[in-house]
Design a protein around this ligand. Structure first.
Ligand SMILES: O=C(O)CCC(=O)C(=O)O
Length: 336
């Protein structure tokens, strides 16, 4: 059986009733309040509001991934990428972008760090959100957390101090996660989503090299919406004890013009040795919004603490306002 046929039969499209938001999102963390068998939307006590399931025709099209062959980029030291242009079929990338922008909830996170001994406020220059939990815990079908080893309820102590308690990946993202797992051979338990409203939003050079992701993590990174440059450069090579400073890799940064539907699979030593960024963009092509979705695997509880701190934070919930064509602070009372 071909890969596409296999995927098709694995994912039978969900019968689609018209998705709608329930009048009141659940507020009490009691699993009995939640209907996990709903075919309309994903819900959890820790979602501000329910998230509609993907329309069944979008699911059907999505099952055709990858839409093109991946191109290996591994001709530089320690770099191991697989670049799909595109991964998501062209027939649905715009609808998928609009659907996720309309239905997910986002945050504009602020936090403080000590810089040169002074408390400095950092305003994250993009909208963020996160779903999932590290390998020490597992969600039950009703969205409760149990210990992955003992299957006993997880004590709230485990994620004490998190800006938000963990919440499961909604169906509209989990479907893509499952497809990506089958394709890449890796497993993922977190989904991070960034929304760059325009060219002023960005992410600075960093690597996802935290210990809580394990060694040589596989990270699948999807782009939807406006094209933005993905820049990569090798980390400076540190001197070895007693040896002269090593020659640095002075090649210009690698620049991948990520278009809607593209996917970059970063793997091997990439995170250990390379930095990546989405720089700000001015002028032509700077107006449109862009969604980035990454799937990754957290192997320690610190991944949960870190991701919910820096991608949810303590501030307001933001939701796309279709009429105004911009993100707007979401208010439970408005329920739109
Ligand atoms: O938006 C992107 O393509 C990159 C996102 C990223 O680097 C991250 O979330 O760590």
């Amino acid at each position: 059986m071909s890969k596409k046929r296999a995927l098709d039969s694995f994912f039978t499209p969900i019968s689609h009733k018209k998705a709608r938001l329930s009048p009141e999102p659940p507020i009490k963390p009691e699993s009995s309040q939640i209907d996990p068998s709903s075919t309309d939307f994903s819900n959890h006590w820790n979602y501000p509001y329910p998230v509609p399931h993907l329309p069944s025709d979008t699911v059907g099209e999505l099952n055709q991934v990858p839409a093109s062959e991946g191109r290996a980029i591994n001709d530089q030291p320690d770099l191991d990428l697989l670049y799909f242009q595109p991964y998501v079929p062209k027939s649905i990338e715009r609808d998928l972008f609009e659907f996720l922008r309309q239905n997910l909830f986002f945050y504009r996170v602020q936090y403080t760090i000590k810089r040169y001994g002074t408390e400095t406020q950092i305003n994250t220059p993009r909208y963020t959100t996160v779903f999932g939990v590290d390998t020490s815990s597992t969600f039950t079908a009703t969205g409760d957390l149990v210990d992955s080893q003992t299957a006993k309820s997880v004590s709230p102590e485990r994620y004490k101090g998190c800006a938000s308690q963990p919440r499961p990946i909604p169906q509209c993202l989990d479907h893509l996660r499952q497809l990506t797992e089958i394709f890449s051979g890796a497993t993922y338990n977190f989904c991070l989503v960034n929304y760059y409203a325009n060219g002023a939003d960005s992410i600075s050079y960093h690597s996802d090299d935290e210990r809580f992701l394990g060694s040589n993590p596989s990270i699948a990174s999807f782009s939807l919406g406006a094209t933005r440059d993905f820049c990569m450069k090798h980390k400076p090579i540190p001197p070895k004890d007693g040896e002269p400073p090593p020659e640095q890799n002075l090649k210009p940064p690698l620049k991948l013009p990520l278009a809607s539907g593209d996917m970059v699979l970063m793997r091997g030593k990439t995170q250990a040795y390379w930095l990546h960024s989405i720089p700000k963009r001015k002028g032509k092509g700077s107006e449109g919004g862009r969604i980035n979705i990454t799937f990754r695997k957290g192997v320690e509880k610190y991944s949960t603490q870190n991701y919910y701190q820096y991608n949810v934070g303590e501030g307001a919930v933001w939701k796309w306002d279709k009429r105004k064509g911009e993100m707007r602070e979401w208010m439970k009372s408005r329920n739109e």
